[in-house]
Design a protein around this ligand. Structure first.
Ligand code: PMP
Length: 347
């Protein structure tokens, strides 16, 4: 029998609408060129598909740990950081203690809590999309959650919360997960603290820097914590092709990846300034690879639909934030197409 917990869930929503320009999933929209794909194909052809991959993904872990500047023992790899969020929601605290996160934010924190029957302790962000410290402290003292998630920068608002506020919440004796999925675009991190602390971990991912298809998420923590989380990891959770391809890309083509990240940062600033010129929009600054905005002259769902008719798909966020939409930063031509479509439908 399916449990009430599962029956009460709604399926995770992903945008499946077909559109010429897709700026809805916060991916990096620049794919690897043919000469790199050919190299990948050669490496993939060598994989013995009848064999399991290295269960510990040792070589990939070694490369990732060097790139981050920690030891492999500080790292647990997941099938995307989504899998690591599941692991953390299972591993940290007993299930009768809730899970705290400021909202609106990335839905997996809520989904993983609800699947386990843990109380989701949600506190609304303040008007600057920062943590409402007073309300958060109140909710934490009242409901005593054991675990807290902070998307840093926050998806979908795009900003990094105040570090001091996160630290204050950490000192309330909660285990804090700092989800730095968009770190490459913000360069802000809790890394120096996390590898020393007993109650803090960092999440990173290869998904936002051009490798979403590989499904590689990274948990960084003090060795003792990484050791415990690693015990519950599903065996062989990083597939053979993912290990081989990620190793190749993070060694031989790392500069290419970094150049793409830089291009997106430049494009983000250009798109942000262009959006500011629309008087019908309220635009929010971003430290990630997407921008959040609100529309004043029509309903967000209406604007969303009209943009699809123009061949541009972005994300309607109005189910979690009043009249808001989120656009991922794409290649310059894609961003131009979005801005042109926007001018057309807003006038
Ligand atoms: N954390 C945040 C804040 C995200 O926005 C996302 C993806 N949208 C993830 C985690 C999941 O990333 P992954 O592809 O590594 O599972």
């Amino acid at each position: 029998m399916i449990s009430k917990r599962i029956k009460s869930l709604s399926p995770y929503k992903t945008e499946t609408t077909v559109a010429k320009v897709r700026l809805s999933s916060n991916e990096l929209s620049i794919d690897f060129p043919d000469y790199i794909k050919e190299k990948i194909a050669k490496e993939v052809a060598k994989i013995p598909l009848n064999k399991y991959p290295d269960p510990h993904a040792r070589e990939l872990k070694q490369i990732i740990s060097q790139r981050i500047g920690v030891n492999p023992e500080n790292i647990v790899l997941g099938n995307g950081s989504d899998e690591l969020i599941y692991y953390l929601s299972i591993a940290i605290g007993e299930f009768d203690r809730g899970v705290f996160y400021p909202v609106p934010t990335f839905p997996m924190y809520q989904i993983s809590a609800k699947i386990l029957g843990r109380d989701p302790v949600e506190v609304k962000l303040d008007k600057n999309f920062d943590i409402d410290l007073e309300e958060s402290i109140k909710a934490i003292q009242e409901k005593q959650p054991a675990l807290a998630y902070f998307s840093y920068p926050n998806n979908p608002t795009g900003n990094c919360f105040s570090k001091e506020k996160i630290e204050k919440i950490y000192h309330l004796n909660l285990f804090c997960v700092i989800d730095e999925a968009y770190f490459d675009y913000s360069k802000k991190s809790f890394m120096d603290q996390a590898v020393k602390k007993d109650n803090m971990v960092i999440l990173r991912t290869l998904s936002k820097i051009g490798m979403a298809g590989l499904r590689v998420g990274i948990l960084i923590a003090k060795e003792e914590i990484a050791y415990e989380i690693n015990k519950m990891r599903l065996p062989f959770n990083i597939t053979y092709p993912s290990q081989v391809i990620a190793k190749l890309l993070l060694t031989e083509f790392y500069d290419f990846i970094q150049e793409n990240v830089q291009k997106v940062i430049q494009e983000r600033d250009r798109v942000y300034n262009a959006l500011l010129s629309f008087k019908e929009l309220e635009v929010f600054p971003s430290e990630a690879n997407f921008i959040l905005f609100k529309v004043k002259s029509m309903k967000a769902c209406e604007l969303h639909k009209k943009l699809i008719q123009e061949g541009v798909l972005i994300r309607d966020m109005s189910h979690i934030l009043d009249n808001a939409l989120r656009v991922s930063i794409g290649k310059d031509q894609e961003n131009d197409a979005f801005l042109e479509a926007l001018s057309k439908v807003l006038c």
